[in-house]
Design a protein around this ligand. Sequence first.
Ligand SMILES: Nc1ncnc2c1ncn2[C@@H]1O[C@H](COP(=O)(O)OP(=O)(O)OP(=O)(O)O)[C@@H](O)[C@H]1O
Length: 789
Amino acid sequence: MADDGMLLNFELGDAPIKSQVKFKGGAWRDRVKAQKSVKKWQQTDDDSSRPTKRPRTDEDATDRQFKTQKTAAPTEIRPPSYAMKMGQISSSVFTSNPTAVTSFDEPEEEPEPAQPSNAPLTDEAENFLALGLSRRVSQHLATKLGMKAPTAIQKNTIPQLVKEDTDAFLQAETGSGKTLAYLLPIVHRILMLSMNEDGTSKDTQVHRNSGLFAIILAPTRELCKQISVVLEKVLRCAPWLVCTTVTGGENKKSEKSRIRKGVNILVATPGRLTDHLDNTKVLDVGTVRWLVFDEGDRMMEMGFEDDIRTIVSKIRQDKLLKQNKEGVVLDGILPARRVTILCSATMRMDVQKLGEISLEDAVHITASKADMEKDAESGTTDKALFSAPTQLKQSVIITPAKLRLVTLVALLKSAFARRGSMMKVIIFISCADSVDFHFELLKSTTLLEKPKPSADAPDAPVPKPNPHIATTVAQAAYVTSPASPIVMLHKLHGSLVQSVRTATLQAFTACKEPTVLITTDISSRGLDVPAVDLVIEYDPAFAVPDHVHRIGRTARAGRAGKAVLFLQPGSEEGYTSLLNSATPIAPQLYESILQKGFASAIDLPPPASSVETEKQTWMSRAENLQLHFEQRLLTAPGGQDYEDAPKENKWKTAKAAKNSRNAKPKDNPLLDAGRQAFRSHIRAYATHVRDERKFFDITQLHLGHMAKSFGLREAPGGIGGGSSRRTVRPSEAKTHSRDKSSNAASRPAPSRRDHDGDDELGVVDESAARRMKEKMMSVMNSTSEFNLG
Ligand SMILES: Nc1ncnc2c1ncn2[C@@H]1O[C@H](COP(=O)(O)OP(=O)(O)OP(=O)(O)O)[C@@H](O)[C@H]1O
């Protein structure tokens, strides 16, 4: 049985624990410790007249550990081992943790935020009209969209694309307005087919049937939708022009019929566009003058290279029509050639390759003219261009694996503690399985508050919940503080059906309550959700550019924002040296986070691990919460929610303990989800890009400790065979695998598209490190197993 340790989680009632209790699974040290603890406990129990000598508990070790740390941990008197008091044994989250090699002190005061680097320009002379856009467009931007001045990248891009017909590579920070930088010149020039310079109408008016003039490609459906929403807003100043989207997951027939009705600007994902180019005869690309690749590097990374080659070859320069079917001359007003625009906040090798496929003598446009000149001179690209917006405050928490989960909850709790202080938080997690699991774990097990009638219209019927978000939106009791409004929880990843994805993103964007989105990298690119105050990278990004995009979901268009990165002590700590930040990345101590988050009582739903007493400290609360999560994974035999389970099934009875012991993973959805999430997470960990694998070395992971962060008592089994199992200790892993590591480093990381992983991984046998490494290498070479969407 994979989780033998689950037996230990059940209350043993008043019966004395027999000395023959054997502990199986987990690290041998933990087993020996548990065995000793039970022995001492029994002795104390047997002789109640003897003065009670408290067995050396995990907490003692914890106290010692904090003393060895450079940081001043608050001194607290720990209660006797909580786990022992409850008649259960689980290794404490505060023991046997590695300490950070970097010693740092938390800054006493938060530094002042820097001047925003991606905000609209403040000089009064800067306006869209001065950049060459028509009065109609400029006025529309100012009066209807509230945009009076351009951002720096818009200032540098718009005149170039209005006047010139050269290809361009736009590169600027996240949230700096690149979308409008390329959209506005396109709309302006199409508008000029029907209008004179002075704003009067021409005799010929173009309309939706006059031809397809621009195609904008984006890697995800969400991003396509977002671009088309922005475009529709801009096109309200020229309602005779029409845009539409064609994306995977949508109904192809209805897309075809929209194309048949006529469209001037098409927003598409590469795969679906290729499909329409092959199969939709009415899609005529003879008049297409702009081909835009928004987040082009991401498209290449996602494996769309073949689709992109097909698209580029079908919209050939030599086949462009000089006039449309109505005889309107296009050259002169529209570009005389097909102009290709690449757009990204970062530049990777992928984007260079895309440039080779699609660009010809492109100009490189950035936010700073000085940077552009420097790059043109040196022929290279300045690394500073890939940094995050200057006003974004970045921090890092070096948290031992066992404490990751409770630290995350504490961080969220303190973030939402003050009413109105925090509205939207995004948590990035490595893979879809792990997103699903964390959503299930953190959502409320009971409904805290039923939907209420509106205060304005108390008699109006309460709106019915949207069925599309029934499984992706929930209340988040664990992170809601008593004084603050209920926090809402959302989840989003690529394995959800499109209607659910769309509805969930809409719900998150529109949510008026404080809210959290747990998501994969699917939300890292381009998504522009207003009022995201905090981005948490619970799992670090697979490559530095992805990190830049993830944290760029906050601090957009000059707004403030914070980003917190979780790392583990050890090799991961070196990762911060790769991150290019305008302001220093501030360290945050996990102890301080836990202390803040668990300063007051936590009201745990069933199975509540303990009753809150006056003696509770932040440490014991953190411990209780961890135990509570572990218990939740071990209850609900038969797949029922604890609350729904019939009384006799509740886990206090010996019968329930037996049921649970015999329960197969599939019988307990949360346990099953935890195991699956753990396995997918470990696989995902192996996919960090080659250059960064020295920081994210799979052999350095303590699988048993990692399992704790998934609410599991030990790493789920399944590979390597062998009856004796133990987890890899970093020191062993190093010696066993030294000879292999160079091979690992030379292998490219696999592509990370949406897949369902089903290979079992997690626990290793006696020749642990070496075989684990070999297994990981074989996993890394089979791209079909990942579920990282
Ligand atoms: N000139 C402007 N004035 C005010 N707000 C603007 C202006 N231009 C763009 N914005 C706003 O800035 C936000 C970010 O814009 P956009 O999504 O285009 O950024 P981006 O550079 O494409 O970011 P990313 O690299 O993350 O995709 C949007 O909410 C947009 O409405």
